[in-house]
Ligand binder design. Structure first.
Ligand SMILES: [Fe+2]
Length: 317
């Protein structure tokens, strides 16, 4: 990873943040056994679906960054949907992410492609974020190497996991990033044992397991919120995926139910799975249903329509 642009220190945070803190849940987990064997300790903070825009107050965005900084992470990973239907809040995105006091690596989501991927990438790079578009990188954090694989958004048809792992080293501890959680199945097969993702917002309403009904049964997600898969190389899936509940919203800001709350997840790589301080353990996957050809075609047309609204800027950088 090249050296990122200099970023303001946490002490330059703009003012107090009353009443927003209790709106963000902090959930802690251990990493995969593969990390336990290869890492003494690395702390990863995971944010997703920030959706900078009108629906999500700036105070919430700042509170999320403040909470992340307080955890003193070695690395922050962000799994897409930085914006919300528009490029109008890219300055806010840039200035807020600059306040994160750790290296940042991210991947794009469907909203970023819908709103103009090149403009979002540019804002992210200006904020010091390393954006992985079907690629991987190696970062050195407190003298420990960590390999990070990032795949581009699968919802809009940009994911290419095979490309992302070309040249991947199998002697290094590795994590993966993908906006769409179901891509984890493929990444596990390619040697990525723990994948961070988002997109679902945990369903936003989790009372009476409504999120599992809506996102699982109706939309066809296997992974709706939290931890799935396996972190111990016993029988079953070859890896684990974490689906973050996200910070922002794209349509309505409603979040009802404990699981639906805005969230920062912190993963302690090097710790053993099953520790008492973990928020929860691996949950069974829902049956899931991959998108049909008709659905994929519908999504392609949706992307074309949105791209006409936000034509890409010439790549000036
Ligand atoms: Fe999304």
């Amino acid at each position: 990873m090249g050296s990122p642009p200099s970023r303001p220190r946490f002490s330059q945070f703009p003012g107090p943040l009353p009443k927003t803190r209790e709106r963000i849940e902090l959930r802690r987990f251990a990493g995969h056994v593969d990390h336990e064997e290869r890492v003494s300790h690395l702390r990863i903070a995971h944010l997703t679906d920030q959706h900078f825009g009108r629906v999500t107050p700036h105070a919430v965005q700042l509170a999320a960054v403040e909470l992340a900084n307080e955890q003193k992470p070695d690395l922050v990973v962000i799994t897409g949907d930085f914006v919300c239907h528009s490029q109008a809040f890219l300055d806010q995105l840039e200035s807020t992410l600059k306040l994160l006091d750790a290296p940042i690596i991210g991947v794009l989501g469907n909203h970023d492609h819908w709103s103009g991927a090149s403009a979002v990438r540019k804002a992210l790079r200006k904020a010091g974020v390393e954006v992985l578009d079907n690629a991987h990188t190696i970062v050195t954090l407190r003298n420990q190497q960590l390999q990070v694989v990032g795949i581009d958004d699968a919802y809009t048809g940009h994911a290419d996991p095979e490309q992302a792992v070309k040249g991947l080293r199998h002697d290094l501890p590795t994590i993966g990033l993908s906006h769409i959680p179901e891509e984890a199945d493929h990444l596990w097969e390619l040697g990525v044992p723990l994948v961070f993702s988002g997109h679902t917002h945990a369903g936003q309403v989790t009372l009476a397991r409504m999120h599992e009904l809506f996102l699982g049964r109706l939309i066809g997600h296997k992974y709706v919120h939290g931890l799935y898969g396996c972190r111990t190389r016993t029988l079953g899936p070859k890896g684990a995926v974490y689906v973050g509940a996200g910070i922002g919203a794209a349509v309505v800001p409603v979040r009802i139910g404990e699981r639906a709350r805005r969230e920062l997840a912190v993963f302690e790589l090097g710790a053993s799975a099953g520790a008492t301080w973990e928020h929860h353990g691996e949950q069974p996957a829902l049956p899931g249903r991959p998108p049909s050809e008709k659905t994929k075609e519908k999504r392609r047309k949706q992307l074309e329509r949105k791209k006409r609204k936000h034509p890409p800027e010439p790549e000036a950088e």
